[in-house]
Design a protein around this ligand. Structure first.
Ligand SMILES: Nc1ncnc2c1ncn2[C@@H]1O[C@H](COP(=O)(O)OP(=O)(O)OP(=O)(O)O)[C@@H](O)[C@H]1O
Length: 231
């Protein structure tokens, strides 16, 4: 299981004066880690630091010992990233082709490849859409496809940036059951607090800082308090 080591990380976007992350230091080696916080508190920026999509201005991020700045290619092999907007990551014309595309670097061809794709689509409730154009799926179905295409590669760490926003309750729960069964380490950013039940650790972000780091119940209490009082 990869260990996430974030040390003294600050980040300011180009053209902005205020940093969006302030001197974050955290080590994460639990299986399921939730990240919650107000809109604009820095969660997505934090998530993008974990796969090297964003490099820190100050400090360092290491995944299983690999520095995102020096060893970005290896980090991207280790980390699967699910975006909120599935259109940002669906790349192939049909549903089955999109999942197959994720497996292009694997030694899987012909029947074995087709079987793997079919099994994955069934797991994500997309079997009957295999040959449909991906752009004609509903928003929620696209989100399921985007998740399927990331998880089929079995990355060592899965970072999910609000992957359930478009899903109905049943599909959101189904995804979380799938996530619970994954051997991989998972970092989930979400505004759906009930999805964090059973998580090992939850970080609460506020104005670019981690203001709580606790089991789900305590972290959610702190977050709800922040939302009520603004402090
Ligand atoms: N590419 C960018 N360029 C400039 N500023 C950005 C960029 N991306 C995010 N920001 C700013 O950084 C701050 C933190 O954004 P971030 O997306 O990390 O927050 P968040 O906690 O994920 O929010 P949400 O819950 O709304 O998704 C916000 O003020 C946002 O406007």
């Amino acid at each position: 299981m990869p260990l996430i080591e974030v040390e003294g990380v600050s980040h300011t976007y180009a053209g902005r004066r205020r940093p969006v992350l302030h001197d974050i230091t955290v080590r994460l080696d639990e299986h399921r880690i939730g990240v919650i916080g107000a809109n604009g508190s820095g969660k997505s920026t934090f998530a993008r630091l974990l796969n090297g999509l964003i490099l820190p201005d100050h400090g360092s991020v290491r995944i299983a010992g690999h520095d995102t700045r020096r060893d970005g290619k290896r980090v991207r092999q280790l980390v699967g990233f699910c975006f909120t907007d599935p259109d940002a990551q669906i790349v192939m014309p049909t549903v089955a082709e999109d999942v197959a595309f994720s497996l292009r670097r694997r030694d899987l061809r012909g029947t074995a490849l087709r079987a793997r794709v079919a099994e994955t689509l069934a797991r994500f409730g997309l079997a009957e859409h295999a040959d449909h154009p991906a752009h004609l799926l509903s928003g929620g179905q696209k989100q399921l496809l985007a998740l399927a295409s990331v998880l089929v590669t079995e990355p060592a760490l899965v970072v999910m940036d609000e992957p359930t926003t478009l899903l109905d309750l049943r599909n959101a729960r189904q995804i979380m059951t799938l996530v619970a069964g994954l051997g991989e380490q998972v970092v989930l950013l979400t505004h759906h607090l009930d999805l964090l039940a059973g998580f090992d650790r939850v970080l609460v972000f506020e104005e670019g800082r981690i203001v709580a780091d606790a089991p789900p119940d305590q972290a959610i209490d702190r977050y709800q308090q922040l939302m009520r009082t603004g402090g």
